[in-house]
Design a protein around this ligand. Sequence first.
Ligand SMILES: [Zn+2]
Length: 290
Amino acid sequence: MSENKINRRDVCKSLLALGGIAIGGLAAKGQTPTPTPTPLPTDNVLQDQRIADAVKRGATMEEIAQLRESIASTPQEALRQLKTGNARFFGGLARRPELSAAERRAQILGQTPFAVILACSDSRVPTEIVFDQGLGTLFITRIAGNVVDLGTTGSIEYAVNHLKTHLVVVMGHEGCGAVKAALLPAADRARETPSIQALLNQIVPSVSKIPKIRDNKAKMREAVIANVRQQVFNIKKYPAIQAAMASNKIGVVGAYYEITSGAVDFFETDEELRVAQTNYNSCNWRSHLA
Ligand SMILES: [Zn+2]
């Protein structure tokens, strides 16, 4: 089973669903001349219109805040929103949603993010931009190496227990410096500060399980994904997360952001999220890297 093929197919489906974006995406890879972009569909266009109408008629902040609902009500819908948002970004046609001044003010009354994302602090991984989301739609926790610790877990649990989030995403990325550092010999890591060592120690167990891979790029990808799988495994051990999953309030998935293309691959099934064991088969990854 190829995770990469499945997820790239999902991206392509999202691109096709977005009409002109599919053409733009292929053009970005040099396969088709760049056409004039078609108008972008919006997933929450009706909600936006209702809010715009309310602003025009001079609605109060409370009235505006009540109109701004979560744009996803199930884990599946939340994942679809992220995939289509990334497809817009990936295709070079992000709409970079913004709010009017009245809507921004109304946000003080509450927030309705539909997903919580544990991502790396890396400056090249600005999560809202990657998923083409605006203010108030994503609850983000960023830490080098996207590791699950008490602080990040507390943030995730808050979003799950107190906000209308329906999806938890642990997202690693291409060229992650924290993962790269975790792959270094212990003597090299020991030269870092105690705080950095403590952070790296949360990554080392997962990346130490990967098989020997000669190609450095392939090795890095495998290590990042191994860490994502491990962190997904770790967050799923917490009772609050287990309870929310059992009631189907949330789903928990992994993701890999490829800086060079802008595409996000998702890991959704138990098989795709399986942590490394003795029967781990790295060939699944290496054969689909092209
Ligand atoms: Zn990173």
